[in-house]
Design a protein around this ligand. Structure first.
Ligand code: AR6
Length: 239
């Protein structure tokens, strides 16, 4: 009889783990939506549970010839035409994405917003600034709503913040844009609901305007990625 120890079993199991790729396809009014969900380089942790390397979590949908993609990662590491900041209406900087963007991008970003937008930016809108040291041409500072139970116009305000960024991308001739999960952190918007609003708004915009060519959602943790991936799968299946 063949036997192998626990460690040996673990290393054999790791080498046999398959690359998983699920492709969903659907059509609506001639628009082809195709999503690819790729999980590869799976590794087993010490306790034997499955774990996925951050950079391997990725899901992509084709919307009327444009791409909408979900990636797990840090938004300040993206190379795109425009990076979206989850800002506050004073454009005063803060924690989360806002803090990371100002630290990585340097003082030029705050200098530019101070000079151009003394009155800040209303909730549900967005404004453009330089991108400083980031690998982008612009930062769009979007102000999402604070979650107050959902009856104070939060979905409309969140959708409007995304739409304004997409319109800024068109106005500034950006073909690629990276979004964080606006309002889903300090502003406490429930993750699944925030994901639905974000994805539906971007898909509708790309369908109508056929741009921006590439929309990326950069999701900080596996949990946030999972919520967006579930929401995107549902939207693709419904189309
Ligand atoms: N890259 C990508 N996503 C990130 C990063 C990063 N570097 N850092 C955090 N996230 P939040 P909000 C995720 O709080 O809810 C600030 O103080 C985070 O895990 O940044 O719109 C502003 O100044 C969450 O999923 O934005 C405002 O006052 C998502 O980004 C307020 O927070 C959004 O979390 C805005 O709150």
């Amino acid at each position: 009889m063949l036997t192998c120890g626990r460690e040996e079993f673990r290393s054999i199991a790791v080498s046999l783990l398959p690359r998983v790729s699920v492709v969903l396809e659907s059509w609506q009014r001639g628009h082809r939506l195709r999503s690819e969900y790729i999980r590869n380089r799976a590794v087993l942790t010490q306790d034997g549970k499955d774990r996925y390397h951050e950079k391997d979590l990725r899901m992509r949908v084709n919307v009327s010839g444009c791409t909408l993609e979900l990636l797990q990662g840090d938004i300040v590491e993206q190379s795109v035409d425009a990076i979206v900041n989850a800002a506050n209406s004073e454009l005063a900087g803060g924690a989360g994405v806002d803090g990371a963007i100002h630290v990585a991008g340097g003082p030029a970003i705050m200098d530019d917003t101070n000079a151009k937008y003394a009155d800040g930016c209303p909730t549900g809108s967005a404004v453009e600034s330089v991108a400083g040291l980031l690998s982008a041409n612009h930062v769009f500072h979007a102000v999402g709503p604070v979650w107050r139970g959902g009856k104070e116009g939060e979905p409309e305000l969140l959708s409007s913040a995304y739409r304004k960024c997409l319109q800024l991308a068109v106005d500034h001739e950006c073909s690629s844009i990276a979004f964080p999960a606006i309002s889903a952190g300090v502003y406490s918007y429930p993750l699944g609901l925030a994901a639905n609003v974000a994805l539906k708004t971007c898909i509708d915009f790309q369908k109508w305007h056929k741009q921006p060519r590439e929309v990326r959602f950069i999701l900080f943790s596996e949990g946030v990625f999972g919520a967006f991936a579930r929401s995107l799968e549902t939207l693709v299946e419904m189309k």
